[in-house]
Design a protein around this ligand. Structure first.
Ligand code: PMP
Length: 446
């Protein structure tokens, strides 16, 4: 058709021809987004939305960053694609830059096009390297959507793939959640019993290759572990000869106020997985990065893995530009400072709203967990409500926020708040005011 489509047509065709992810198709009613700038995106009616969750794509730099856009264009002009078996300037430049920002000792890189694929690579590398099979993950975690990465996922998104034992080789330890400890302890008297529990699992299982954790849990509610947890987990993995995989797909790239969340505790994983913020969301790029020791093993052992789009130049060049922009704009410090401001503003909501159970986070990475009863910490919704596709109270609050021009991500009983790292304090004020108003819906539903 020569005529531009109306918004109604764009939405109808989208629903007719495409799958909407993680939902009943009937309930999908996507907004038609046509433009974006900085921390805002704009729908076809010209209404602007402040992106208070950065769409969970972890766009640190926001939209229309000139340097990243130029890097994409320049690379497309120069060398748009090439088989990954050839050497390219883009891969070397990015790899050398990674040595500057990744935890020390992580020195060999495999580039994918998503966080999911990067986790798949991590599982295969861990299995090939150790000669063992089992991977211990934790509940309230997300590691991806493909068969192995969903099997490692400790939340309801895994359930549809459970029958038939498809998730073989993945075991779950309790999540680390000091607000509502699943093993009923209280910090700090607990002595980090959750880490002991994990060690107990390793001790009583045969064939454990690795433990995979999100150092700060992302979509499942920004769960920040107590400071003793990671050093203790590192020590357990070393003592038991098990690899530690840090999934920093969400917590990486300055989100928590350090380049990577593990940097808060000075812990070095054996494998670090990341994606999203590595290109500030501009192009699809994932990374599975290992220690030199693991890399050495593959010098004379077959590395049985690869993709057509692995290390694709158009994904690598903008990552170089995005990381340099983060350095130039000093965004790690900004995440710390402006993030602390964001945290204070969010915490100030709690005394005003009986529906808020906890406000928690680190850097520019926060969650608000809603409860029916602050004392008993009863969640507003169950996981089953989500799987059944019910419009939960958090969904209703998020819809009200959209009406007020702020986009915020809701999941089961909490919101994840993770704006672009360039967000200004005045924009935070506007968004938190909107949230203050919208939370009346949850308070009323008590
Ligand atoms: N791990 C974590 C911690 C994530 O948050 C995600 C995505 N939300 C993934 C893995 C999967 O990444 P992708 O969607 O890029 O495949």
């Amino acid at each position: 058709p020569d005529q531009p489509m109306t918004t109604q047509e764009v939405v109808e065709w989208t629903k007719k021809l495409n799958y909407g992810t993680w939902r009943y198709q009937k309930s999908w009613n996507p907004m038609h987004i046509v433009d974006a700038e900085g921390c805002y995106f704009t729908d076809a009616n010209g209404k602007r939305y402040l992106d208070f969750s950065a769409q969970l794509m972890c766009s640190n730099l926001g939209h229309k960053n000139a340097a990243v856009i130029k890097a994409i264009a320049d690379q497309a002009q120069k060398l748009a694609y090439i088989m990954p078996s050839y050497a390219t300037d883009a891969r070397v430049e990015l790899s050398r830059l990674l040595l500057e920002v990744l935890p020390e000792g992580i020195t060999k890189f495999f580039f994918t096009t998503s966080g999911t694929e990067a986790n798949e690579a991590a599982f295969k590398i861990a299995r090939m390297y150790t000669g063992k099979t089992k991977i211990i993950a934790r509940y309230r975690s997300y590691h991806g959507s493909t068969m192995a990465s969903i099997a490692a996922t400790g939340d309801p998104r895994r359930w549809a793939m459970e029958p038939g034992g498809k998730g073989q080789g993945f075991l779950f330890a309790p999540e680390v959640n000091c607000y509502k400890c699943p093993i009923k302890h209280t910090y700090p008297e607990c002595g980090i019993a959750c880490a002991d529990y994990l060690e107990h699992m390793i001790e009583n299982e045969s064939d454990v290759a690795a433990v995979i954790v999100e150092p700060v849990v992302g979509t499942n509610g920004v769960l920040v572990p107590p400071k003793e947890y990671f050093p203790k987990l590192r020590e357990i993995c070393d003592r038991r000869g098990v690899l530690l995989i840090a999934d920093e797909v969400m917590s990486g790239w300055g989100r928590t106020g350090e380049w990577f969340a593990v940097d808060h505790w000075g812990v070095k994983p054996d494998i670090l997985v990341t994606a999203k913020g590595i290109t500030s969301a501009y192009v699809p790029l994932g990374l599975c990065a290992t220690t030199g020791k693991i890399a050495e093993y593959f010098e004379d052992h077959f590395f049985a893995h690869g993709h057509t789009y692995e290390a694709h130049p158009i994904t690598l060049a903008p990552a170089v530009a995005a990381i340099r922009e983060m350095q130039r704009l000093n965004l790690i410090n900004r995440a710390k400072e402006v993030g602390a401001y964001l945290g204070e503003k969010l915490k100030a909501l709690k005394p005003k709203h009986p529906s808020i159970g906890e406000v928690r986070g680190l850097g520019m990475f926060w969650a608000i967990e809603l409860v029916r009863d602050q004392e008993k910490k009863t969640p507003f919704n169950t996981k089953q409500d989500k799987v059944d596709g019910k419009a939960t109270v958090v969904d209703q609050v998020a819809a009200e926020m959209l009406k007020r021009g702020v986009s915020i991500q809701a999941w089961i009983s909490h919101f994840v708040i993770a704006p672009p790292l360039i967000i200004e304090k005045a924009e935070i004020d506007t968004a938190v005011d909107a949230l203050d108003q919208a939370l009346a819906i949850a308070d009323k539903a008590l």
